[in-house]
Design a protein around this ligand. Structure first.
Ligand code: UDP
Ligand code: MG
Length: 189
């Protein structure tokens, strides 16, 4: 699945920062602030998947809904392509008013949550410059998710799905965090 050719975006022209953390760690909230303060484009993998799930004619709707409810990870090609398309659209829409430094800046929220996604995106789309990992206790995260669930309308903000999401985070996402730590690209908050 990986290629040795050039990535879709030139690492010298586009800065990619991955933002990870357990469910309810505050990725989305902090990304909104970071995007404003540092002129980044904030792309949430979960939001892109939910939009694709609800798009008329999507062939992935059922697959995405099932994965989200079960707290499992949608096949890497789907999410990577959605992110690549969203990055291309942002760069296109900024064609007349580029980022001041001239270099595109993207905060990728909630991705990559599994090693195969990290390898695919780094090799095919654009290698990440930095990974920010938000940490807090599981009790705090569960409390926030249940509170959010009262109004979010999200099918996965219930205790059964939350437990499954934590399992996926420990089993699949922690190895990603360790991988970037070894590459000295990790910042823990
Ligand atoms: N998801 C996925 N691949 C990704 C990101 C998200 O499959 O790269 C799915 C996964 O099922 C996850 C759900 O989308 O549990 C919700 O992700 P989101 O980041 O929106 O949730 P958060 O952790 O922010 O509460
Ligand atoms: Mg989120």
């Amino acid at each position: 699945m990986t290629s040795n050719g050039p990535t879709a975006f030139d690492h010298n022209k586009v800065t990619v920062v991955y933002v990870l953390g357990g469910p309810g760690a505050g990725k989305g909230t902090q990304c909104t602030k970071l995007a404003e303060d540092f002129d980044f484009c904030h792309l949430s993998a979960g939001d892109l998947l939910r939009a694709e799930q609800n798009r008329d004619g999507s062939q992935y709707g059922v697959l995405i809904r099932t994965c989200i409810r079960e707290g499992t990870i949608v096949p890497k090609e789907v999410t990577s392509k959605l992110l690549e398309n969203a990055m291309a659209a942002e760069i296109q829409s900024r064609s007349s008013h580029r980022w001041p430094s001239g270099k595109g800046r993207f905060l990728i929220d909630g991705f990559p949550r599994k090693m195969d996604q990290a390898e695919l995106f780094d090799e095919v789309v654009c290698p990440a410059s930095l990974v920010i990992h938000f940490t807090t206790t599981e009790d705090v995260m569960v409390e926030r998710l249940l509170e959010r669930g009262k109004t979010s309308g999200r099918e996965d903000d219930n205790i059964e799905s939350i437990r499954k999401r934590f399992r996926t985070y420990y089993d699949q996402t922690m190895p990603v965090i360790e991988h970037y730590s070894k590459l000295s690209k990790l910042v823990e908050v």
